[in-house]
Design a protein. Structure first.
Length: 237
């Protein structure tokens, strides 16, 4: 029995020693990145760690097909849903809009460029878009979607697109049929439509100097062909 106790104690001591050595090894590497070299390959003054530059990723440029740009007076239809811009306004003034449906992060994201009445300055401005969604055709009895449907792009002369904003900071009224994450949703029966005003932030520095336009893109996957469909409303600033 005594022999077994001694063996168990020795095992615990060896385990503790192993953990201690592991902790010391980790401490030496803490805060550094790289690959530890083989002991045999070390030279005098070698720290044993090879520092590596952080990886960088460059996104490929994306270009717009001119045939996918439509007038602000046109109607876009994708998968039986139509999108129609009723009106839009480019302004620095928030006006008499509903402050209760402004995104919580608006003032923080525009700190120093927004006043207590939500008016913007220093190259920041709003683009308010009033958009009508209509469930025109489909097999579902009801259709639920997101009224924050579009993405704002600037388009350069060579047709390269530059994303400006995909998240609205304002909507005129919440949908109350779900939880807090569903307030931008809608539910429509076939033939029904809903009209809402959404507000986006744009910055002058993100728009090419010689451009007078910004483009509101509706992008969906065609349910029949599985192809990506991108249509751009052309809005004059």
């Amino acid at each position: 029995m005594k022999k077994k106790k001694i063996t168990a104690i020795m095992a615990v001591i060896m385990m503790a020693a192993g953990l201690s050595a592991c902790s010391q090894s980790n401490a030496k590497l803490e805060g550094k990145s790289g690959i530890v070299k083989d002991e045999a390959s070390k030279t005098e003054g070698d720290t044993g760690v090879v520092d590596q530059a952080p990886a960088t990723y460059v996104l490929d440029a994306e270009y717009v097909n001119k045939d996918d740009i439509v007038s602000v007076d046109d109607t876009i239809e994708i998968n039986g849903i139509t999108y129609k811009i009723e009106k839009y306004e480019h302004t620095t003034e928030f006006g008499n809009r509903n402050k209760d449906t402004v995104a919580d992060y608006l003032k923080d994201s525009c700190e120093g460029n927004i006043d207590e009445n939500y008016n913007l300055s220093n190259g920041y401005s709003y683009l308010f878009i009033t958009l009508t969604f209509t469930y025109k055709d489909g097999t579902d009895k009801q259709l639920e979607g997101n009224r924050n449907a579009g993405i704002l792009y600037a388009i350069k002369d060579d047709m390269e697109r530059i994303q400006q904003n995909s998240d609205s900071v304002y909507i005129d009224s919440y949908w109350l049929g779900g939880d807090e994450s569903d307030v931008y949703h809608y539910v429509l029966g076939k033939g029904e439509g809903i009209t809402s005003e959404l507000g986006y932030i744009i910055q002058d520095e993100g728009i090419p100097e010689d451009s007078k336009y910004i483009y509101y893109c509706i992008e969906r996957i065609d349910s029949k062909t599985n192809d990506k469909v991108q249509k751009y409303f052309k809005l004059e600033l």
